[in-house]
Structure formats: structure tokens, C-alpha cells
Design a protein around this ligand. Sequence first.
Ligand code: ADP
Length: 279
Amino acid sequence: LISVSARPIDTAGGRRGAVAVFHDITDRKRVETELRAFAGMVAHDLKAPLTLVSAYAELVAEALDDLAGGSGAPTLDQARRGTAKVLHGAGRMQRLINELLDYTAARDATLRVERLSLRALVDEVVTARTDAPGHEPEARPDIFVGPLPDVHADPVLLRQVIDNLVGNAIKYTPPGQAPRIDITAREDEDGGVRVRIADRGIGIPDGEHAAVFDSFHRASNGMAHPGTGLGLAICRRIVERHGGHIDAAPNPGGGTIFSFTLSGAIAHDAEPVPQTPDT
Ligand code: ADP
């Protein structure tokens, strides 16, 4: 996008002319559009849980008043259910605010690149995700991790990318089914590393794979799962700040393959990485 401003000038000798100034405003427009979407989403997504929290907090207060007056068991039950709703609403707001903070940090935080073991980082994320409470025993994620090299990256930000992708792979697997995830890496054509996280989940409808990286965008088949549409936008920002790129593609076996590059990040004295062609 170009904006043009022009003003007339009088040159010495009485000749008249004009100066035109061209500004590329593509970035400014993009930021404005993002900010508008951001404000709309915050207003909408924070308002719903906040209304819920206020309504149920009031109900709990009333129930406690009644209890103080001695009216008994049904009111205690109401207070208990009300408190659970308040906690649920507060949890939703907390998650949203954390994602908004991550989103800003992904763009603004100073990049602290160091040599790190991708294997150790992935293992940490996988252990935390597999041991997280709330999985039915038969739905514990089944995660295969291939040989992974050392890379040069910001450990905090890279961990966030991997955690978001693994978290999504678990979240977008139908309930009652154990998430099946393969995490592998291979050397890229330009000497960097390509990391792949493949799942067998609900997949992304054809034609929507690129758009899921836009902030607040959610695929048409994923609405039943709670989310903000910010996680992948955060991943893209982080990967691009490392000089790499990220994309999503259908998994031929069903599900989705996310892959991202860490440009020039492989440490050649590290654990060998298979150089199989990308399938
Ligand atoms: P959120 O999960 O909070 O909605 P994300 O930015 O992480 O936000 O993802 C954007 C959208 O991409 C999701 O709403 C979902 O529709 C889709 N998506 C992301 N990961 C997967 C996955 N592993 N399988 C299927 N769909 C996915």
C-alpha cells in the first residue's frame, strides 16, 4: 500500500513545480487492522467470562447470606456450583490474558539466542504435557520423539513454539482418543533444521492451512474446542524472528503436520539427524 502526499513548490527563476512523497504504509495498515481485531476480540472474549464471574459471585454471596440465616443444604450446593463457575471464568480470563502477554512478548522481547539441546527442550514439554492432570488413562498422549540436534535459538521462545504445537495436537484430537504425535527433525536444504510435529487429530479443512497463523483466526471445524486463535500467530512471530518459517499441511494419515525451520541453526557436532527426504 502506498500513500502519496504532494505539495507545490516555486523554484528560483519563477518556474513552478511539485514534490510528491510516496510512503509504503502496508505495515501501518496491517498493524491497524490487527489492533482493531485485537480490541474487538478482547472486548468479546473477556466480557463473557467476566459476566459469568460477576453473576456467579453474586449468587455465591446470596447463598452465603442465606446460609448465615440457616436455610441449609440446597444453598450450600448452590454456593459450591457458583464457586466452580467463578473459578472456571477466572481461569478463562487468565489464559486469555497470558496469551495476549505472550503475543506481545513474541514480538517485543529481546531475542536471547544460545546453543541448546532441542531434545532436552522437547522432552521437557512432552513430559509436562503427558503428565498434566485431566487425561483419561486411555487418552494419555502417545508421543514419539525422533533424534533431535542441538540448535541455536532463544530457549524461552522456542519452548513456547513447541509447547503451543504439542498443546494444539492434543487439544485438536477428538475426545476419548489418545493423541498420537510424532516429533522429528531433519537437516534442511540450506543447512538449517526443519522440525516436524505431526498429529492424527481432526485436521484442518482444505484451503484453511495458511490462515490459521493469522491472529485470532480459528478454523471452521475447531470451534468446539476452547481457544483464542493466538497460539499459532505467536509461533509464527517467534519462528520468523529466528529467521525461519512455519507452515501446516494435511497429514496423509489424517490429521495435520506443522513444520518450522530454524535457519542455520544446526550444530554439526550434535547428535546426527536423519537426512531423509520430506514426505
Ligand atoms: P486456538 O487453538 O487458541 O484457537 P491457535 O492459533 O493455536 O489458536 O490455532 C488456530 C486454529 O488453528 C485453531 O482454532 C484450530 O482451528 C486450528 N488448529 C491449530 N492446531 C491444530 C491441529 N493440531 N489440528 C487441527 N486444527 C488445528
